[in-house]
Design a protein around this ligand. Structure first.
Ligand SMILES: *Cc1c(COP(=O)(O)O)cnc(C)c1O
Length: 446
């Protein structure tokens, strides 16, 4: 038994497949799942997890998987990270709930203070806490509308913002997120983004296309907010061309439109900086955060300029569980861990390993059309040889084979042809390289 780099359950840090995937005990659970859980709640890798930590997840049949997904960019500090476990354990022994808007508590205020200090922008800020990423996006829109007294919002091609009614409308992709679930909320307008691999435009050119469309189809005077992911997540890990985001921000500021960055997936050390905005030369008026914020406990936030955040009346923002004391305790321990363990640096190291590995592989496999991302948020876009035609079937086959070989691998992208790498920042180099080799082997075999 080797200790995991950031502690956690002392699981052997190894890839080990001892049954067919899924194994017999996982299959028993899956049969019960199919009888008890709504069919719409699908699963990517059908195994029953019993423990996780460092860079592995262990299932009920004794298989040990290399985790290249972090539960979708959530467990950046590692699963069951010791400081998080300790903070949560202490908190649940004191009290589990009050509802902050009935009787407040210190942990919520401390998380708000931390977010105000750490998010981009050195102006006076306020924060409000919620449960999920989608809920943070909903509230950012509420706040921007209340502040500007305007209704319209602009989102982008390939965007993903969640699964609630408003955020489904803000999300670009129909299947599986929207199909049959409408009608969607009004006053949501979509414009082109910057997708260097496919549009061939500079950042300035792509911004001009977007801004022209906003001016012609919406009108700045009607627009409350522009909402954008600094690197698009579910849409395919699309990093915009340099200059795109600053141009959009400049236009928004000149037109008194609230500029909202959705850092739900990019936030908290993942990209090699605490926030992706810091790479892109932009400072959001409001920023939404969630996934990496609390080591796996549900928490999200909207943070931003005090005058915008304070415009909503008392009682206008909140929620029964919003900013749960347990999640706040976990968030404080998580944020401290990013700092003390220098995890932004670790994210850059992980990113360099992934980028180097696929740059080498691309020399002999031209189906790797693009390698992109920042820090420990990397992706490869797979295409048919000699073209940019998306290779979605190949992508699915590689993910399936990786799962069978003991690697948890996530796909994404509007065209379903992107493999994304989001390992916990607690993974060892050795495990990471082993996981990447499994992906290379799967590519070679398909
Ligand atoms: C995951 C995600 C959301 C939605 O978060 P939930 O917690 O699933 O509601 C919103 N925006 C981005 C960029 C995301 O990656």
């Amino acid at each position: 038994m080797s200790e995991t780099p950031l502690g956690g359950p002392a699981l052997p840090q190894e890839r080990k497949v001892v049954t067919a995937i899924p194994g017999p005990k996982s299959q028993e659970m899956l049969a019960r799942k199919n009888a008890a859980v709504a069919a719409g709640v699908g699963v990517a890798l059908p195994v029953s997890i019993v423990a996780a930590g460092g860079g592995v997840m262990v299932d009920v049949d004794g298989n040990s998987f290399i985790d290249l997904g972090s539960g979708i960019a959530v467990t950046g500090v590692g699963n069951a990270a010791p400081k998080v476990v300790e903070a949560v354990t202490n908190q649940v022994q004191q009290f589990t709930h009050t509802c902050f808007t009935v009787t407040p508590y210190d942990g919520y205020v401390k998380v708000a203070e931390k977010l105000n200090e750490l998010t981009p922008g050195d102006f006076e800020k306020r924060s409000a806490l919620f449960n999920s990423g989608a809920e943070a996006l909903e509230n950012a829109v509420k706040i921007a509308r209340h502040y500007t007294k305007r209704n319209a919002i602009v989102v982008f091609d390939h965007a993903y913002h969640g699964r609630t009614n408003l955020t489904m409308g803000m999300t670009a992709k129909n299947m599986p997120y929207k199909d049959g679930f409408g009608p969607f909320a009004p006053e949501v307008y979509r414009v082109p983004t910057s997708y260097p691999f496919r549009d061939g435009l500079t950042g300035a050119e792509a911004a001009e296309v977007a801004i022209t469309q906003i001016e012609k189809q919406v009108g700045a005077a009607n627009l409350a907010a522009v909402i954008i992911e600094p690197i698009q997540g579910e849409g395919g890990f699309i990093a915009p061309a340099e200059g795109f985001l600053p141009a959009i921000q400049k236009w928004a500021t000149e037109n008194k439109v609230v500029f909202v960055l959705d850092e739900v997936q990019t936030g908290f050390a993942r990209t090699g900086d605490l926030f992706a905005a810091n790479h892109e030369g932009v400072v959001p008026d409001l920023v939404t955060t969630a996934k990496g914020i609390a080591g796996g406990l549900p928490l999200s936030a909207v943070t931003g300029r005090a005058e915008i955040m304070d415009s909503a009346h008392a009682g206008g923002l909140g929620g029964t569980y919003a900013g749960s004391p347990i999640s706040c305790a976990a968030a404080l321990a998580t944020i401290e861990t990013y700092e003390t363990e220098n995890l932004t640096q670790r994210a850059r190291e992980i990113g360099a390993i992934i980028e180097e590995f696929f740059t080498e592989l691309q020399k002999t496999d031209s189906r790797i059309g693009d390698i992109r991302g920042r820090g420990a948020m990397q992706a490869i876009e797979l295409v048919e040889t000699g073209s940019k035609t998306p290779a979605a079937a190949l992508t699915g086959a590689v993910a399936k084979q990786a799962g069978d070989q003991g690697v948890i691998l996530l796909t994404c992208g509007t065209y379903g042809n992107v493999i994304r790498f989001l390992p916990p920042l607690s993974i060892s180099d050795e495990l990471l390289r082993d996981g990447l080799q499994v992906v290379a082997d799967a590519l070679a075999a398909n």
